[in-house]
Design a protein around this ligand. Structure first.
Ligand code: CP
Ligand code: NVA
Length: 312
């Protein structure tokens, strides 16, 4: 392997290099092919992954846990009521204790600083399984899916329509690193934060790619190869739901909006979806939609991440 990620924390796409992202995708594709042809790899035999969840999860939890099973290791689920992260004891103590018992850690947290604090105090690699700032494991699987469908990443146009949230941030950081242009359409005050855009624009300048923010979904989707959306109300923002439903209404991805994209465009959503809100059910079941391949690729890409970062 040309890239060495052993012992590294995966906290965000922001910190990964272009080579690292491509390597993670390449390994994921190999692991997927091997699984389909019945070849198994006990690459994490005898290793244990601690999975800390402050929020619910279907794809991320099942992917991490199944990945460990397929790779000959073991995963330990620590839900909100098990260790009461940040309430029962200090985060640095949790990181220190878990480091002495397990080989890998992943955490789904409300505040990004919590996963940073875990990583800072952990002697084993820590993976961000979603925070309010980034969702890196999602984006590795997403780029893998785009590569499978479009045979390339460079030169494509990705349109993200909706909330400037964690998933949007990771896509914005990642697009320039894989040579993609990204157009984001969000309502005023819900666009990605200036500090995200500032840094991502530096990546884009270096890569010669475009990052464009607009309030008009049609401008973003015009000629796009990929149309991506996510929920309008992320986990932890439930109190804002009613207000958000009103503000985001013009940002729904429906068949009408998809007419502006390339005829062979793909539709992506990290899921869970709130049908009738950010996307219509017919779009999710249309010829454009790759949402279930995208969901499956979470498993293969998470396997790749774990294999690369685990100490041998
Ligand atoms: N996309 C994703 O992370 O799904 P879950 O919240 O179900 O893990
Ligand atoms: N933005 C969503 C993503 C869920 C996978 C959330 O944070 O709830």
């Amino acid at each position: 392997m040309s890239v060495n990620l052993m012992g590294k924390h995966i906290l965000g796409i922001r910190e990964l290099t272009s080579e690292e992202i491509y390597q993670l995708i390449e390994t994921a594709i190999t692991l997927k092919r091997d699984k389909q042809t019945g070849r198994s790899h006990e690459l994490l035999k005898g290793k244990t992954l601690a999975m800390i969840f402050q929020k619910p999860s279907l794809r991320t939890r099942v992917s991490f846990e199944t990945a460990m099973t397929h790779l000959g290791g073991h995963a330990l689920y620590l839900g909100p009521d098990d260790i009461k992260l940040g309430k029962r004891e200090d985060i640095d103590d949790i990181a220190e204790v878990l480091s002495r018992m397990v080989d890998l850690m992943m955490a789904r947290v409300f505040e990004h600083v919590v996963v940073e604090e875990l990583a800072k105090n952990s002697k084993v690699p820590v993976v961000n399984g979603l925070s309010d700032f980034e969702h890196p494991t999602q984006i590795i699987g997403d780029f893998m899916t785009i590569l499978e469908k479009k045979k390339k990443l460079e030169g494509l146009k990705l349109a993200y329509v909706g909330d400037g949230n964690n998933v949007a941030n990771s896509l914005i950081f990642g697009a320039p690193k894989v040579g993609m242009d990204i157009f984001v359409a969000s309502p005023k005050n819900y666009e990605p934060k200036p500090e995200v855009l500032e840094q991502a624009k530096e990546f884009a300048q270096k890569a010669g790619t475009i990052i464009e923010i607009t309030e008009d979904p049609k401008i973003a989707v015009e000629g796009a190869d990929i149309v991506y959306t996510d929920v309008w109300t992320s986990m932890g923002q439930e109190a804002e739901k009613e207000e958000r439903l009103k503000i985001f209404k013009p940002y729904q991805v429906n068949m009408e909006l998809l007419k502006y994209a390339k005829p062979d465009a793909i539709f992506m959503h990290c899921l869970p979806a709130h049908y009738g809100e950010e996307v219509t059910k017919d779009v999710s079941r249309s010829k454009y939609s790759v949402i279930f391949d995208q969901a499956e690729n979470r498993l293969h890409s998470i396997k790749s991440i774990l294999v690369h970062i685990a100490y041998k």
